[in-house]
Design a protein around this ligand. Structure first.
Ligand SMILES: Cc1cc2nc3c(=O)[nH]c(=O)nc-3n(C[C@H](O)[C@H](O)[C@H](O)COP(=O)(O)OP(=O)(O)OC[C@H]3O[C@@H](n4cnc5c(N)ncnc54)[C@H](O)[C@@H]3O)c2cc1C
Length: 406
């Protein structure tokens, strides 16, 4: 590692702090217009900020108790928005980015399907071109925020005659379009707040909503998923809703529970693991600050951080005995002051199994590490080079009649 974090009296830090203090009624649009929604993006969207300045903005927003825009609208800010900078037309950038970065239009990511999760290339949703629009048919699964979103980033098959990854395209879909049905899924927390099934029944999407060229879909997906893995692998925290190992240790100390030697041993192991993850995070930060290209370490960090976060929550709940069995429905944002030094983290506990699945299961991440870091032979996919129409003849739509619906 080779960097130093910006000092407390760094003038760039003071500037952000003063602006936040002098704008107590700021909206997400104000934050965006000031460049604080995506400081690392080029102007006019962000500030062209290097990693140091980005850390400053993140720190100061947190210090001021501001919910950062990437928590409110993660899909455009963490994953898909930057694809518009690279693949989108100027019209698409102007239409979609300002309301997304100002959190006025929430986005969702329509990739996974019932039989295409780890293998997104096997998706069956089709987009058939008809004159000036596409007709979408199919089903998506596990779509976070679909029930709240105005815009969906959809991956669909536009060309069944080529191998599966080559025939995919991405679209920016209006989620209120006729023909879209959204069904929330109830998960183990007992709530239906996280993800949804989404059905497309002959949904019309204008041709100017295609992102990039037909067939670019897979290339764009890969860039988006890699960014999310890095964003999701903050040490020991379950997608923003659990304690870090350090917070847990502090809570256990404050409540006198560390007197139990078995519990103390477990908490110490988790604390050490949390520190290793923190150092791994600094290592990638150091790479970015020294302009070294980010490698596949996002996969390593997520692979270690997700089960670590689950273990932290398991101990947080278990260490409270009977009190740990009480349902505690509070979800973040719950300030530290509100929840006290210690809570039973019930909601996060029941939700935590999801984190070793979403954005790449543990097995898929191990494949990435094996192939791209350890140089082991590639996972065999005998279907990789076969035209999709031969692999799944039932999933190929009949050609559209001229002038009619697909
Ligand atoms: C909280 C959460 C939020 C999500 N949000 C979204 C979203 O917003 N949009 C979206 O599109 N999707 C979303 N997903 C879906 C997520 O991307 C998929 O769950 C994930 O890709 C795994 O796919 P699957 O569930 O179909 O499992 P499968 O791919 O069917 O995998 C089943 C099992 O087989 C294993 N396996 C599969 N292939 C291999 C292989 N090649 N080698 C070794 N083992 C393998 C897997 O590791 C797993 O254990 C979300 C999921 C979760 C949990």
């Amino acid at each position: 590692m080779d960097f130093s974090l910006p000092a407390e009296d760094d003038p760039r830090r003071l500037e952000v702090r003063e602006w936040l203090a002098s704008h107590p009624d700021r909206s997400y649009r104000d934050l965006y217009e000031r460049g604080y929604a995506v400081p690392h993006w080029p102007r006019p969207w962000g500030l062209d900020a290097g990693p140091e300045q980005q850390i400053i903005v993140d720190d100061e927003l947190a210090r001021a108790g501001v919910r950062a825009p990437h928590h409110r609208n993660p899909v455009p800010i963490n994953n898909c928005g930057q694809s518009l900078l690279r693949f989108g037309t100027p019209e698409q950038q102007q239409r979609f980015l300002p309301p997304a970065l100002a959190c006025e239009e929430i986005w969702c990511m329509l990739f996974s399907e019932p039989s295409a999760g780890s293998d997104v290339g096997a998706l069956r949703t089709t987009a058939v071109r008809q004159g000036d629009h596409y007709v979408i048919r199919g089903q998506k699964m596990w779509t976070s925020l679909a029930d709240k979103a105005e815009i969906g980033v959809l991956v669909a098959r536009t060309d069944p005659s080529v191998p599966k990854h080559a025939g995919l395209s991405q679209f920016l879909v209006d989620m209120k379009s006729p023909g879209i049905t959204i069904r929330p899924i109830i998960d183990m927390t007992g709530e239906a707040s996280e993800y949804n099934e989404v059905f497309f029944d002959n949904v019309i999407v204008p041709a100017e909503r295609l992102l990039g060229q037909e067939g670019d879909g897979w290339k764009i997906c890969m860039q988006q998923l890699q960014t999310e893995r890095v964003a999701l692998s903050r040490p020991g925290v379950i997608w923003g809703s659990g304690p870090s190992a350090r917070e847990l240790l502090e809570g256990l100390m404050a409540s006198g529970r560390l007197a139990d030697p078995a519990l103390r041993d477990e908490a110490a192991r988790l604390y050490i693991e949390g520190e290793i993850l923190r150092l791994l995070a600094f290592r990638s930060l150091s790479d970015r600050m020294n302009a070294r290209t980010a490698g596949p370490e996002g996969a390593v960090r997520k692979m270690v951080a997700a089960p670590h976060g689950q273990r932290v929550l398991d101990l947080a709940k278990r260490s409270q005995g009977v009190a740990g069995m009480v349902k505690d429905r509070r979800v973040l944002p719950v300030s530290k002051a509100e929840r006290g030094p210690y809570s039973n983290w019930d909601h996060a506990y029941w939700w935590s199994p999801a984190v070793t699945l979403g954005v790449g299961t543990q097995e898929i991440l191990k494949n990435v590490v094996a192939e791209r870091i350890l140089g082991l032979p590639r996972d065999k996919d005998p279907t990789r080079h076969t035209p999709w129409a031969q692999l799944a003849p039932g999933a190929v739509p009949a050609p559209a009649a001229e002038g009619g619906r697909a």
